[in-house]
Design a protein around this ligand. Structure first.
Ligand SMILES: [Zn+2]
Length: 109
């Protein structure tokens, strides 16, 4: 498999615990943990929606969003508004899965 390249330092990410996958709307990027901290510092002043999707916090959010998606897409709670919430949650679930299959799975532990 091709190595996952960090867009910041252009070097391959070799270990799973160095990897941070972040998402911003439809874009997903893999960074080294240290590189992401630098990127985050540099972009803090700009309106930024980059959010890490992996790690413990990401996994908790994944389970939470999956629950919300299933709940709102399979029940009639809140009517159309509920459907919208369900779709947004579902979209986030897809981001998590894509990040996992695209990057996380390719980086050895
Ligand atoms: Zn890097």
């Amino acid at each position: 498999m091709k190595p996952v390249i960090c867009p910041y330092c252009q070097k391959p990410i070799e270990k799973r615990d160095q990897l941070v996958t972040v998402s911003n709307m439809f874009r997903i990027r893999p960074y080294h943990y240290v590189c992401y901290q630098t990127v985050e510092r540099e972009t803090r002043t700009i309106w930024s929606f980059w959010t890490p999707v992996n790690g413990v916090a990401g996994n908790i959010r994944f389970v939470f969003l999956l629950g919300i998606a299933i709940w709102f897409l399979t029940t009639d709670s809140l009517g159309m508004g509920g459907e919208l919430v369900g779709v947004i949650a579902f979209y986030n679930v897809m981001i998590h899965l894509t990040a996992y299959f695209l990057y996380e799975r390719r980086v050895p532990k």
